[in-house]
Design a protein around this ligand. Structure first.
Ligand code: GRF
Length: 201
């Protein structure tokens, strides 16, 4: 059984997908903390409704990024978190938060990285005119949307897609990809060779 914390800033649909997979036994994990830098995040309300330990740690209440990250780390450690899933957590992470959980922090991004990192990935994909996009779950390092790639799911881009229709199609795959990636990481049957995340055979 792995102790998992989820960090989010918004809606929390990826958190809900993870929670559902925990509840039905697909993931052998316990969600020990749900943390948001946005006190009014819908995902935090969903966590409270589910009876999970939910913590608002508002970055605006701290003098700088490091102080905020130290508070987040203290909360995660007090909860006994072994793994951290970033699920729409809209903050850049520094070593202060990464180092205590290095190799055990995952992030999801709504594009096929390294294409279209950063915000508005779906709009970037449409504007560029690519014919496929998708989502990426990766290990987190100090560079935005950069760490070794665990899982990617591809979706087609249709001629009549809008940002909303594409985001919705990608989101369906995000929910599956995140659970898959967590399963793989929890199993621990992989190694990281440079940038490459390689499954043991
Ligand atoms: C997702 O598209 C995720 O890939 C991105 O932010 C969005 C969060 O959605 N990083 P939700 O809060 O999980 O519903």
């Amino acid at each position: 059984m792995k102790n998992l914390a989820v960090l989010l800033s918004g809606r929390g649909s990826n958190f809900e997908a993870i929670r559902a997979a925990v509840d039905d036994g697909t993931l052998g994990a316990k969600i020990v903390a749900v943390v948001s830098n946005k006190p009014d995040a819908q995902g935090l309300a969903r966590a409270r409704e589910a009876g999970l330990p939910a913590f608002a740690i508002d970055h605006k209440q701290f003098p700088n990024r490091e102080a905020h990250e130290r508070a987040v780390v203290a909360t995660l450690q007090a909860a006994g978190a072994g793994f951290v899933a970033l699920a729409g957590y809209m903050r850049l992470l520094t070593t202060t938060l990464i180092e205590p959980f290095r190799g055990r922090i995952l992030n999801i991004h709504p594009s096929l990285l390294p294409a279209f990192p950063g915000v508005n990935a779906q709009a970037q994909a449409l504007a560029h005119g690519v014919k496929v996009s998708g989502c990426t779950v990766h290990l987190v390092d100090e560079t935005l949307d950069n760490g070794p790639i665990i899982v990617q799911h591809v979706v087609p881009i249709l001629d009549d897609d809008t940002e909303e229709s594409l985001a919705a199609r990608i989101l369906v795959e995000e929910h599956k990809a995140y659970v898959e990636a967590l399963q793989i990481v929890f199993e621990g049957t992989y190694r990281v060779e440079g940038r490459r995340f390689v499954r043991n055979t």
